[in-house]
Design a protein. Structure first.
Length: 278
């Protein structure tokens, strides 16, 4: 027992009380282990770099044609993988360079805060959110690729997490505003739909992670992320039904959008073709 400002205190009791009042996890509910190295960020950069090098070898146009986000191929031919592969592809060195620069700037901070697994989930869902938004709301002739949907998702996530942790995120807000505005410049080829979709999904997933209750956080976070996936799947189903209805012959026979026919079909129905960089 030792003398205290009011009465006496037991050192052992005080130490035990402090330990009991400390949060049993880190600043993010459910995350306990400290992150020593944000390796997921660098793995994502590596995947994008390899995908770009392979695209150069095969030809950018050919690679985008085979793996980019193209609504007709997704809806009519059922090439759903394009919603994911398009997130790791880029049109040019400048395109991939800027996206990877921002990823390296923001990724390590978010990965440290969220942990490896949650950061991976955030990146993939934000990227899919951007691809799904582009799929649902872009013209049928759009060919869109790029990690910007995921990058905008990281910016939205960092703003949400920063507010939760009471960290100044003014610079991120300015960066987000500038890049979001660029997408709306008339005559540009930027796929702003992917940017907005990734931003919304990234901010939402981050909120699910950082605002989950301390009791059973993993369960709440899992249910929340599954709900996001369900919404994205619902949007894809809606858009797919709409596109297939447009590509159904008068006798109700589905028209297959093969490499030989889809270009003709698209040109017959749409007067302009857009290349989107996301």
């Amino acid at each position: 027992m030792v003398a205290a400002p009011v009465g006496f205190q037991c050192r052992e009791c005080v130490a035990q009380g402090v330990a009991e009042t400390q949060p049993k996890s880190g600043p993010i509910p459910g995350r306990v282990a400290a992150i020593s190295r944000p390796y997921v960020t660098y793995v994502l950069v590596g995947i994008c770099a390899v995908a770009f090098l392979l695209s150069l070898g095969a030809g950018i146009e050919s690679a985008v044609g085979g793996y980019g986000m193209r609504p007709v191929y997704i809806a009519v031919d059922g090439q759903w993988y394009r919603l994911l592969t398009s997130v790791f592809m880029h049109w040019s060195i400048l395109h991939i360079g800027f996206n990877m620069l921002v990823l390296i700037m923001l990724g390590p901070t978010l990965e440290t805060v969220l942990g490896h697994f949650r950061f991976t989930v955030l990146y993939i869902l934000a990227g899919l959110g951007g691809a799904v938004a582009s799929y649902c709301f872009s013209p049928l002739a759009t060919a869109s690729v790029g990690a910007s949907g995921a990058i905008f998702g990281l910016m939205g996530a960092l703003i949400v997490a920063g507010r939760r942790l009471r960290v100044d995120v003014t610079q991120v807000v300015v960066l987000l505003a500038i890049n979001l505005a660029i997408g709306f410049i008339p005559g540009g080829s930027v796929d702003w739909r992917a940017h907005v979709g990734g931003l919304v999904v990234g901010a939402l997933v981050s909120a699910i992670f950082v605002l989950a209750p301390r009791a059973h956080p993993a369960l709440v976070q899992t249910i929340g992320c599954l709900a996001v996936v369900a919404v994205l799947a619902g949007l894809v189903a809606w858009r797919t039904a709409d596109i297939r209805a447009q590509f159904t012959a008068p006798d109700q026979t589905p028209v297959v959008a093969t490499a030989e026919t889809s270009g003709t079909l698209v040109s017959d129905r749409i007067n302009a073709r857009s290349h989107g960089t996301s």
